[in-house]
Design a protein around this ligand. Sequence first.
Ligand code: 6PG
Length: 497
Amino acid sequence: MAQSNIAMIGLGVMGKSLALNLVDHGFAVTGFDISDKHRQVALNDAKELMQQSDKGQLITVESLAELLESLSKPRVIALSVPAGKIVDNVVQDLLNAGLSSEDIVIDTGNSLWTDTEAREQRYQGQLRFFSTAVSGGEVGARFGPALMASGNRDAWNYIEPMWHAIAAKVDAQGLPVGPFEKGEPCAAYLGPAGAGHYVKMVHNGIEYADMQLICEAYHFMSDVLGMSAHEIAGTFSKWNQGVLNSYLMEISAEILQVLDPITGKPFVEVVLDKAGQKGTGLWTAVNSLQQGAPAPTIAQAVLARAQSGQKAVRVKASAVLKTQVIKDHYLDKQQTLDDLRDALYCAKLAVYAQGFDLMKSTSEKEAWQLDFAQIAKIWRAGCIIRAAFLQEITSAYQAQGDLDNLLFSSHFVQEVEKRSLGWRKTVANSALSGVPMPGISSALSYFDGLRCEVLPANLLQAQRDFFGSHTYSRVDEAEERKFHLTWSEEKRAQISL
Ligand code: 6PG
């Protein structure tokens, strides 16, 4: 029997889709899942594909020993299992079944990047541990995901042809092309262990914030401008033709058109307003706090999901907490919508700036040497945050790989300058009308904070020195020199430390 090129352990939604994508591109795949049903469904779904002569094949096995038998060497085994302990359990089972030190195990789940780093260390000498974070959901995995790979460099040589074949592709203009058309693949080796999962984590942080920004625009259009879901869908579709073109904008427009089959109301209005989360946005926000690399809009997006979860308290508060708002504030609808579009664009750009800054700071700390142009490139298609302006982000980092902040790129400097008044008016209108905009407004504060040559942290340092003798640096001395002031009025004097 011909040996398989790769095995997929875990044939749930993502694992099965990746396996079928591999078969579609001519690879022989061995599938394994502890559930009979998952194995059967995968085989059934592959049946039609395998009848075509240019396709690969899928076989399923019932034990890991059979799985190892079925593979050519070095064996390449992809895991599509839930993040956490299960990954280690499966790796241990593979070792027990006879995995060798040359074999390659790829974690394709949404693992925490520090777990991936620890695994690479733990399994050194026993196997080559590799990781590939996958973005694009079920359809992406089946017809072209974005793949963020990292780990053992030599292992990448075996994996690269398969990942390049199944990844989403873009043409020379950076626009997505079909799964069998020629193009640049959205799959890349990003660095040592942990780097791929880290970049995917930041992708998800950006995803949380981008979703939140779109939701805030919807809220404002509905509650301040009185627009129906249908009308908002029309505006989103129009925006999707311009600078805001993105997958998330496209699906938001589509969702807002759908009617609930039971009540006939706009579907979005029958969905309970409590957001769920699996935790990757939270990881990004925590990482931003730990690194001291500010990503306030990503953190706000996580907190907004948390506040949405406090539904019962919000219901009570809506009856109790009264506020003064400008009710009859005249707003020119078209102008207000243009301002909102500009606010969304600027806030979204600020979110990307936060995400790339976070990656820059971790890349320096971990000595990963992340290539930001390459990261922007592989996010142009296949992943959830794919957006037309990722081509401009790619160009910005191609022109200057060590940009201090994405907002410094000359193209974006000009874009924000001409749109910033709309951003400010939108935030002001949201505050005046009492409709929350945590994402769009925090992005504006981030931008203004960045622009401030002198922040009030001078007073803050003085406060710290006053109550805790925490010392301060002076503007007229080298920053490393620390001073303390004796704060009592009678003997005020500076002590050099
Ligand atoms: C992707 C998505 C995906 C994400 C889920 C759930 O890139 O395909 O980011 O990996 O985990 O969509 O996210 P939440 O449940 O946390 O919203």
